[in-house]
Ligand binder design. Structure first.
Ligand code: ZN
Length: 324
């Protein structure tokens, strides 16, 4: 493409801030290579403020979002500047724009975020995303680790939680006596989102968890939902004294049923290798499983145990059901 045919409309198609397009390399069968440079100039020296000279230019090739289904590379022509004042300690530096890419980039910032969403939220495989962007598997995987890791470690990843729920869950039955082991789920009741699971059903672990979140976070909790167990009441009384305690397990039951259903589908897939058909035992007990135990009559209970025996050889679904 000649410079005359590159216009502002091309810039808006590329969709990056404060750039000019220098060139577009369009070789059939290869990724579209868009050469760009930042518009802002002149630049002042970061130390003394004197207008800087452009010393040279360096090309950085970045994997970018695909454009109209075609892989794209952003060739960022970065200027190196030099301070003209010989007594200035700064010497030279390379221009930078975090809205385009980070300091140590393989790809544009927007491509990194998009990849993380595709793999993390939409459960697409790294290989599939790499194919779509026309790049290496490792490049995509590294981006997921870099961007996804930052999200997991981010102290505000849960945001403010207005209604916090504590709920005990039977995790496993261990050993020859099927000793029960419990854990505690921390749930954002308003959003129906599981925040974390901590071991045991005493007050200790949830209190440590809340202490790590800090007082400001705890003070934002306005409602605390719990069963009527003493330990959980103690957690809320000590850690979120301003929250109204509500004995309302409704949302937790709903969440647990979702988890139970996930478990049922997984076991179904593992044992029979396909999704539920009408005649499969686990598919047939779907409705019975979500019915509260006390609302199940003897006949329903018998039918459910029979179906579970047939479709749930390792007792995974049964354990989840018992825990519900
Ligand atoms: Zn300077």
């Amino acid at each position: 493409m000649t410079p005359e045919t590159i216009c502002n409309r091309c810039v808006s198609l590329v969709g990056l801030p404060d750039i000019v397009i220098l060139d577009v390399e369009d070789v059939p069968g290869a990724a579209l290579r868009v050469h760009v440079e930042l518009t802002r100039s002149p630049q002042g020296c970061p130390t003394c403020g004197v207008i800087a000279h452009v010393k040279d230019r360096r090309r950085v090739e970045l994997v970018d979002l695909s454009m109209a289904g075609r892989p794209m590379r952003l060739v960022w022509v970065k200027r190196r500047f030099r301070c003209p004042d010989p007594s200035c300690p700064t010497g030279s530096w390379t221009e930078d724009e975090p809205r385009i890419a980070s300091q140590r980039p393989m790809m544009t910032d927007r491509a990194g975020r998009w990849i993380t969403e595709q793999v993390g939220r939409n459960a697409r495989s790294v290989a599939e995303v790499a194919r779509e962007l026309g790049c290496d598997w490792h490049t995509v995987n590294d981006a997921v680790i870099a961007y996804g890791g930052a999200l997991v470690d981010h102290p505000d990843r849960f945001g403010a939680v207005e209604a916090l729920g504590l709920d005990e869950v039977l995790m496993v039955r261990r050993g020859p006596w099927h000793r029960q082991e419990f854990s505690t789920q921390l749930v954002d009741v308003g959003r129906g989102q599981l925040l974390d699971i901590v071991p045991g059903r005493s007050s200790t672990e949830p209190m440590v968890w809340l202490a790590n979140k800090g007082k400001a976070w705890c003070d934002q909790v306005r409602f605390a939902t719990l069963d009527l167990s003493g330990p959980y009441r103690k957690v809320f009384t000590l850690m979120t004294p301003g929250a109204v305690q509500v004995a309302d397990p409704f949302h937790l039951v709903k969440l647990a049923n979702t988890k139970l259903d996930e478990c049922r589908r997984r076991v179904q897939n593992e044992t029979l290798g396909h999704r539920g058909h009408k005649s499969d035992p686990l598919y047939r007990c779907q409705r019975l499983l979500t019915k509260a135990k006390e609302r199940l009559d003897e006949k329903g209970h018998e039918k459910l145990t029979g179906l579970l025996r047939a479709g749930d050889p390792h007792g995974d679904v049964a354990t989840m059901w018992q825990a519900n």
